[in-house]
Design a protein around this ligand. Structure first.
Ligand code: 1GP
Length: 245
């Protein structure tokens, strides 16, 4: 089974998958081994690794440390070409389909494709949809794109269908790391009713109960990052139990 098949199998078996995002940036230098070791034991299904902005040159070393400590798939969640390295099991080959910035729709992908081929990394075509989580997210600034308003499920569904018809295997509904408002259940259920691709939902999810509600609304995968960085790894098991119930 490749990593995409593993993810869909997890979704089929457990109802939904729980993914922890680890940012391989300087700020997480001392947390890596501990976070990964708890994730291995807590029922986390996979790790996403990536970030919108690296503040030093040691990203590749940190990804190698994550991979070496991890018993679960380590999947690149690309913040940019410079974070590509051979230590990932797979990558979300993403296009920011909510935006109209050609660099993040196709430019970055063209630059990375030959390197991805050379490294032989499994690619999972993913439509990335950024919503307005009310926190002026780093990804909004760095991608130079306008997020989808949270109160417009119709706009969300139109983007999701376009992503599906373009051949995306996953759709990532993103409120932005540290969002004040996470993706509302109304948006998730509207998307789940109209679009066939599995939905990844992340950004601003701080309570296991919020994660569970989003699974019940139709999310196939829940991603948390900040809440684990802020509160320590102990919450991972609570999230895993809520998401898998
Ligand atoms: C960000 O969706 C992820 O890309 C996770 O967001 O850090 O707010 O959990 P948080």
């Amino acid at each position: 089974m490749n990593i995409f098949q593993t993810l869909t199998h997890i979704r089929d078996q457990k109802g939904a998958g729980y993914i922890v995002l680890i940012d391989p940036d300087k700020k997480n230098e001392s947390l890596i081994e501990q976070q990964v070791s708890v994730a291995n034991e807590a029922g986390v299904d996979a790790l996403f690794v990536g970030g919108s902005l690296m503040m030093d040159s040691k990203c590749h070393e940190r990804v190698a440390r994550i991979k070496s400590a991890s018993d679960i798939p380590v999947i690149f969640f690309p913040g940019g070409l410079s974070q590509l390295n051979p230590h990932y099991d797979a990558m979300l080959f993403m296009s920011v389909i909510s935006g109209r910035n050609p660099h993040y729709l196709i430019g970055e992908q063209v630059l990375s494709a030959p390197v991805v081929k050379d490294l032989g990394i499994e690619t999972i075509p993913t439509g990335y949809m950024l919503f307005d989580g009310g926190a002026n997210s780093t990804v909004e600034f760095m991608s130079g794109t306008k997020p989808i308003p949270m109160n417009r499920p119709d706009i969300a569904v139109a983007h999701g269908l376009a992503g599906q018809y373009l051949g995306m295997k996953l759709l990532y509904l993103e409120a932005g790391s540290g969002a004040k408002i996470s993706i509302p259940t109304e948006v998730i259920s509207a998307m789940a009713k109209s679009v066939d691709c599995p939905l990844i939902v992340g950004g601003g999810i701080r309570e296991p109960k919020e994660a569970e509600k989003r699974v019940l609304a139709g999310a196939s995968f829940i991603v948390t990052g900040t809440v684990i960085e802020d509160n320590g790894s102990a919450m991972m098991k609570e999230f895993a139990d809520a998401i898998h119930s």
